[in-house]
Structures are given as C-alpha cells and as structure tokens.
Design a protein around this ligand. Structure first.
Ligand code: UGA
Length: 434
C-alpha cells in the first residue's frame, strides 16, 4: 500500500517507519525543512529503542521517504495519516489548529478517493471537523477515520508491531476494508482490530489514558495511606494485583505520572466533560493528587534536614519522565529540582539520555555529571527520580563513598528495604517503611 504520514514527530516517525517495515511505501511529510533534511539523510530525530535499525533499513530500501511537499506526498497515497500535535490550549482543551489546517490543505490537493486517518489524540467530534475542513475545498469521495495510537515511549516499536488491539473508528465499509488490509500483518497473532464509530474511537483513547492515570494515582494514594498506617505498599500491590480483575500492571506507586500524554489527556477529558456540562469528579481528583505526588519526597527530605535545605547539595539520578526515553515533558524530576533550588539547595543530576534536553530547558540552575557516580560527589543525599535499569543494582560502596553521608530518597522504590538497612543507609521511599 502507499501511505502518507503527515507530521514526523514521535507518533508519525514510529508509525511511518513501522508501516514501511511490513513492505508499504511510506512518504512522511513535515513542514520543518531542517528535520526533513536530517531524516532524509539518515539521522534519526528521536530516541526510541529499536527504531533506528528499522528506520535505516527502510530508508535504504526506499520504502521510507521524507519531504516537505504535501502535494507530492499525498499524490499517490491510498491512506493519509495525520500525526500532528494537539497541544493543550490556554483552557486545557486540545488545540486543533494543526490538524484542521492540514485537513484544509489536503482538501485542496485531493484527486480521487483516499482515506484520511487521524492518529493524533483528539476530542470527540474531531473526525467530523476534519471531514468538514476537507469538504470545504473538495467535492469528491473520501473517508475520515479515527485510529488512535496506544504506543508507549520506550517500547513504541514493539507496541506498534504487536499491538494488544487496533481501534478503528469509521462508518465506511470501503475505509474499513483498507484499514483491515493495512493492519493485517500487525495482528497476525489474533489480536483484534476493533471497528466502531468515530466518536467512540476518539473517546477510547482518552478513556484508556485516563483510566491508566487513575490506576497509578489510586496506588499513589494507597502508598500515602501505607505510610500513615504503617503498611507496606509493595505487599498491598502484590495482594491486589494478583486479582485478575485488577491486574499486576500499572500498580507501581512513585512520584506521579508525567510525560506528554497522561497529563495532557486527563486535562483535555475533564475539559471536554465541562463542555457538555459534566463534572468528571474522579479525573479532577486524579489531576490534583498527581500534582501533589510529584513533590511527595520534598517534606521527607526537609524533615530529615530539620526543615532547612539552604546550602544542602543533592545528587539526583533520573531526569526523564520514565526510563528508556529522553523525554522530559512533565517529568517529576524537574518539579523536584525547582522545589529544591527554591529552598536554597543545589543539585547535580545524571540521566543516561535526558541531560541534553534538560540542559536546553532549565540550563544553569543545576550541574550535570558524566556518570551516575560522579553526581554523588559532596552530596548530602541521593534522590532517585526515574527507575532506569542501571540504577537498580548500583555499586553501593561507590554510593557510600561519594555521598557525605549514606542517605537516599527514592521516588521509584528501586531498592530492597532490608538490603538498604543491612548496608546502613538511611533510605526513604514511597509507601514503604523508612
Ligand atoms: C502512555 C500510554 O501508556 C500509551 O498507551 C499511550 O499511547 C501514550 O501514553 C500516548 O497517549 O501517546 P507513555 O506516556 O509513553 O504512554 O508512558 P507510560 O509508560 O504509560 O507511563 C506514563 C507515566 O506513568 C510515567 O510517568 C510513568 O512513570 C508512570 N507510571 C506508570 C507509574 O507511575 N506507575 C506505573 O505503575 C506505571
């Protein structure tokens, strides 16, 4: 099949590359000339495990092409994917200017039947708006489909190649057939392509992310309760996760969810609910609890240092919002850093991938270390903000030697309590006994 993907951000690049991987001819279109040039010359623009290999292979085989020319890009396409940003507007609702702007342009360029697929996370009713925007300039046949993506950063290639399910919102039989053919190689193991109407598909994406954000937030509140009641959240997590109705995954408490998706999507769903006079109370609480959770470690740190952090120096491991990504959007680490610096402390941070992004954003308010152990030098305590694998079994002697005293505040519960006790560390984590 001939596919066009408009937008070479995270979703666009992963989707385009993975569509090419099964033999489709994929043209990726973006208005950013520099980015297109880089990609066309074989330089990948995002960090995503496993993507580079697929990207290089398909580029070489000329199944993956990059251009800034939308007209050229869509000329021969059977299916045009829109993978465009939908940033939160001032009121928290998703801003559709990019999606609808491109839809209007596509309307001017269409010749013959094509399927236009929305992959961006968009509020209910957007498929209709995209339809109307194209219709403004085009009288021929076309279908607009809603096909939300469920990729997780860090495992996006796997998620794309072997999805739990593919959700396709369309009322057109012709579009359904094309979408079934396109996704057939990805669901060979029998996972379903679930067809539904467009609004249901659009809402499915928000419901999925909001449900997962709620699940995490629920566990974060249980963890808080554990601390107050003297229970251990690890035990409670295992105790409830073994009930299949609850499930073991996404029950790990920590210092709040971050990233480009959960915070934005929860907020947008609350906002959409208000527009139809519905008060989505659970989600409003989820947002509030998560804001507090990002700074959950702070009172513990302050208490340990008798309420005064002026002149204290901290080592901080992990800046990305989660492991295996360089993405720092809404990363709890950044909130912690700002709070510590605001209290008069200094911070030296280390992250395997995210340091360049943080340098570009918060620049000179912290120092950066070459290695995780270099970060410890002269620090009063170590703070762990992201659970990268390399932080899980560190050389504790080196930690002890680097720090001024053996103190660790762990926002991701990476170490075993008894082990830390036996090593003589003052170790505080989330929802477990200090
Ligand atoms: C999320 C969804 O999981 C994807 O299905 C979806 O496609 C994507 O958003 C999106 O809308 O594009 P992602 O943001 O990459 O993916 O990250 P997740 O792995 O879901 O983690 C989200 C946050 O939850 C992270 O901050 C993570 O640290 C936190 N989390 C996750 C916990 O605090 N505890 C857990 O048990 C799991």
């Amino acid at each position: 099949m001939k596919i066009t993907v408009v937008g070479t951000g995270y979703v666009g690049l992963v989707s385009g590359t993975c569509f090419a991987e099964t033999g489709n001819k994929v043209t990726c279109v973006d208005i950013d000339e520099k980015k297109v040039q880089k990609l066309a010359n074989g330089t990948i623009t995002i960090y995503e495990p496993g993507l580079e290999k697929l990207f290089q292979r398909n580029l070489k085989e000329e199944r993956l092409i990059f251009t800034t020319d939308l007209a050229e890009g869509i000329k021969e396409a059977d299916i045009i994917f829109l993978a465009l940003p939908t940033p939160p507007g001032e009121d928290g609702s998703a801003d559709l200017k990019y999606v609808l702007g491109v839809a209007e342009q596509i309307g001017k360029l269409l010749v013959g039947y094509k399927v236009i697929v929305n992959k961006s996370t968009v509020p209910v009713g957007t498929a209709q708006k995209v339809h109307n925007a194209i219709r403004k300039n085009y009288n021929g046949e076309f279908d607009v489909v809603s096909n939300p993506e469920f990729l997780r950063e860090g495992v996006a290639v796997d998620d794309f190649m072997k999805p739990d399910r593919v959700v396709v919102g369309t009322s057109s039989e012709r579009a359904k057939k094309l979408m079934s053919e396109l996704y057939a190689p990805y669901v060979r193991q029998g996972n379903p392509v679930i067809f539904m109407d467009e609004p249901s598909a659009e809402l499915t994406k928000y419901a999925a992310n909001s449900f997962l954000a709620t699940k995490i937030t629920f566990m974060n509140e249980i963890a808080r309760l554990c601390e107050l009641l003297g229970a251990d959240v690890d035990m409670v997590r295992k105790g409830i996760g073994t009930d299949e109705r609850i499930g073991k995954r996404f029950l790990f408490p920590g210092i709040g969810y971050g990233g480009s998706c959960f915070p934005k999507d929860v907020q947008a769903l609350v906002r959409s609910s208000h527009e139809v006079d519905y008060d989505f109370k659970i989600l409003e609480s989820v947002m509030q609890v998560n804001e507090d959770q990002k700074l959950h470690l702070l009172p513990k740190i302050k208490k340990y240092f008798n309420g005064n952090l002026v002149g204290k120096h901290f080592a901080l491991w992990g800046l990305a919002f989660k492991p295996n990504t360089d993405d720092i959007r809404e990363a709890p680490a950044l909130y912690i850093i700002k709070a510590l610096v605001g209290e008069g402390a200094t911070v030296t941070a280390y992250d395997p991938e995210a340091m360049p992004n943080v340098k570009a954003q918060v620049n000179d308010i912290i120092n950066y270390a070459e290695t995780q152990y270099d970060a410890l030098k002269e620090a009063d305590a170590l703070i762990i903000a992201t659970e990268w694998n390399e932080f899980r079994t560190p050389e504790f002697e080196k930690i002890a030697a680097g720090l001024k005293s053996k103190v660790i505040f762990d926002g991701r519960n990476v170490f075993d309590l008894q082990h830390m006790e036996s090593l003589g560390f003052h170790y505080e984590s989330v929802g477990r006994k200090p």
